[in-house]
Design a protein around this ligand. Sequence first.
Ligand code: NAP
Length: 256
Amino acid sequence: MGKHRILILGGTTEARQLAAALAQRGNYDSLLSLAGRTAEPMAQPVPTRSGGFGGSDGLAEFLKIENFDLLIDATHPFAARISHNAAIAADQTGIPLFALRRSAWQREPTDSWTSVHSVADAVAALGTTPSRVFLAIGRQEAFHFESAPQHSYLIRSVDPVTPRLDIPYAHYLLATGPFEEAAERGLLIENRIEVIVAKNSGGGATYGKIAAARALGLAVIMVERQQPADVRTVETVKDALGLVDHLFSPEMKRGV
Ligand SMILES: NC(=O)c1ccc[n+]([C@@H]2O[C@H](COP(=O)([O-])OP(=O)(O)OC[C@H]3O[C@@H](n4cnc5c(N)ncnc54)[C@H](OP(=O)(O)O)[C@@H]3O)[C@@H](O)[C@H]2O)c1
């Protein structure tokens, strides 16, 4: 019997871990898809492809031509467009889909969070009084902060923000997580940060700044996730692996 073909939409640590775990199983033939945005992507444990599919139709076409049996959306919780496209393509083709999406961080009693629904709303939430801001939202949406040039920004991203923001006070920092709490605390103190703008990504790799903000009593403007499409979702690699095994189990094939 041939191996089951699985397309994993990735760009996250969890996608990489799931691909590695599936490769170890031996009975799955996985392809990991990356958007192709990162200049030097991490090494991956299975074959990869890179770049967009050309919308949901392109993805549906790719799934059919390449004979995939399962689509797993293991993209970042803020990668809304590809997740939306995945749901449509799965509907169109009848190929099963589930999402692997880590749970969101929860506010603790001593946290000082202002929750907003978009990066644009985060800009407004900073207010008019000049502040020292740590921007930890990635490079793609940093441009929104050009409309609030009164603040002074420390902007951290994996790849450079290009073009540079048209604002007078910006310091750029290139770094790839995971980021430990102690180092994050040091960074916040050293740069005399007053407020952090973060996406509620969930997971441990970037939680250090949230824990550090709590310890230092700093405000966090938290960009919350949009409501995802109505797609079956698991939160851990272990559960994703279990679901894959279940979906390809002999019982499922017999429709039991
Ligand atoms: N957004 C974040 O904060 C964030 C953080 C960390 C990692 N990432 C990762 O970075 C990638 C891009 O994120 P984004 O927010 O720009 O996504 P997005 O806005 O949801 O997607 C924009 C377009 O990029 C292409 N694309 C995205 N992910 C892809 C994938 N895994 N494989 C092939 N094509 C993909 C698709 O193009 P077509 O329509 O042409 O198919 C999609 O329509 C994702 O893989 C995501 O997991 C995102």
